[in-house]
Design a binder for this molecule. Structure first.
Ligand SMILES: *[C@@H]1O[C@H](CO)[C@@H](O)[C@H](O)[C@H]1NC(C)=O
Length: 435
């Protein structure tokens, strides 16, 4: 069975598409609007700090090209529906007699037999809610059940129960990171620790955003390329250019857009992309794609629609400046919407992460790092967003934001916990996942 790619509904976060399994009939009113109206204003900072290290270099053109792939997490049936439902009955029996370990194994087995069987997903979610204390996953799985089968009566009841609680839990996460952001804004940004950590984080940022696409340079090598522009023996020109391109794009974005509240235009996005890809390929750097691309199983919109979709994206971006969407949510949505369009032949992932970070930096957050060790989670969350529930991706970005805030805030522990964490990242340079 294939998964369709529903259009995201940006205000509701959860969109239930109308594709149905053979057992389901479409339902006219979809049960979804989870948007909360916000009274808080987020963009009222007068002087926001800047989290990039000081630079007196003018940015210069660089050269590269790239590939991004969202791996296809295809759902594969390992058994028939009949088998899955049989196992499910057994799982429920064990659950009801409190043999939870056994029940869990059977639920998981049923899921592996038929990963998209609505009853299996819904019952497993009930199990997670009742016995694993995992309301967030349970709620996501109720949404997933309803995506597959909009009139699934049990899932509708379940979702009704969990929706508002989960919304509240998500809100609390935003409150938590806002508090950390405010703490960080009030720190002295001229002290040497702060300068030092900005620099460290800058190199980590460049390293991970190219490593996630398959660049094999270590953190130390990345730093050397940026700082000295010297060649690392045994590494390709392309890999050097990917690093120099990111450095150039970041500095350009920082100088040109971060401290300006004027709305981003399509031209601006092309300018950023031009730096990311460099000037060696004047055809594709800074221009929208003119042919179809394929990203695993995901087929982005046809090239003929890209310009229109990008204009819509830019309009959304502008409009959201005026609404009270939380900046971290906006950043995650901007990333998702952009990658969904996939407007370029190359460099889409890196440009998406830059735009996300632009939103964050404009709102006084440090740019987030998506660590290469989190690559598969990152792609999985994007895939889940494609399937109709963007909240897991937003939560993932929230957790990345909190992590980087902690790195900046824990100056006391910098030499112990966080530095260790950063160094263990530096050490694991052999774990490259080939694309
Ligand atoms: C980023 O912008 C700030 C503020 O304008 C500036 O002081 C800093 O040098 C810039 N850093 C980089 C790497 O561009």
């Amino acid at each position: 069975m294939s998964i369709s790619m529903p259009e995201q509904n940006e205000t509701s976060e959860v969109s239930v598409n109308t594709s149905v399994t053979k057992k389901c009939s479409p339902k006219s009113d979809s049960p979804t609007n989870t948007a909360v109206s916000r009274t808080q204003k987020y963009n009222d900072l007068t002087a926001i700090p800047n989290f990039l290290p000081d630079s007196n270099e003018a940015e210069e053109p660089v050269y590269l090209d790239e590939r991004i792939a969202i791996p296809n997490l295809k759902y594969k049936n390992h058994g028939t529906e009949e088998e899955a439902l049989k196992v499910l009955q057994l799982a429920i029996k064990f659950k009801n007699s409190s043999k939870l370990e056994k029940a869990k194994k059977l639920f998981e087995h049923a899921l592996s037999l038929q990963p998209l069987q609505p009853d299996v997903i819904n019952s497993y979610a009930e199990f997670l809610e009742e016995h694993a204390n995992d309301l967030i996953t349970a709620d996501h799985l109720y949404v997933k059940t309803l995506t597959l089968c909009p009139n699934h009566s049990k899932a509708l009841i379940n979702r009704n129960r969990t929706m508002s609680i989960v919304e509240l839990m998500d809100e609390q996460e935003f409150v938590k990171i806002d508090k950390k952001r405010n703490d960080l804004i009030n720190r002295n940004h001229n002290e040497s620790f702060m300068k030092h950590i900005k620099k460290e984080v800058y190199f980590l940022h460049i390293h991970h955003t190219v490593a996630i696409e398959g660049n094999t340079m270590s953190l130390a090598e990345t730093r050397k390329v940026v700082e000295t522009k010297l060649v690392i023996p045994g590494k390709s020109i392309r890999e050097h250019n990917e690093i120099l391109g990111l450095d150039s794009a970041l500095r350009f974005m920082n100088q040109t857009y971060v401290n300006h509240s004027r709305p981003l235009s399509l031209f601006d996005i092309l300018q950023i992309h031009k730096r990311v890809l460099g000037h060696v390929d004047p055809i594709s750097a800074g221009s929208l794609r003119e042919s179809q691309v394929f990203v695993g199983e995901y087929v982005p919109p046809p090239a003929s629609e890209v310009e229109f979709l990008m204009e819509q994206f830019v309009d959304w971006f502008k409009m959201e400046n005026m609404t009270h969407l939380h900046p971290v949510k906006k950043a995650a949505l901007a990333h998702y919407k952009f990658i969904h369009i996939h407007p370029f032949m190359d460099g889409n992932g890196r440009t998406a992460r830059l735009l996300m970070n632009l939103v964050l930096m404009r709102a006084g957050y440090p740019p987030v790092i998506i660590w290469k060790k989190d690559r598969s989670v990152y792609f999985e969350m994007l895939q889940i967003a494609n399937e109709g529930d963007i909240r897991p991706f937003i939560r993932f970005i929230v957790s990345c934001t909190e992590y980087i805030l902690d790195v900046f805030l824990n100056d006391g522990e910098y030499d112990t916990t966080y530095l260790k964490a950063l160094h263990s990242e530096m050490a694991c340079q052999t774990d490259l996942i080939p694309l």
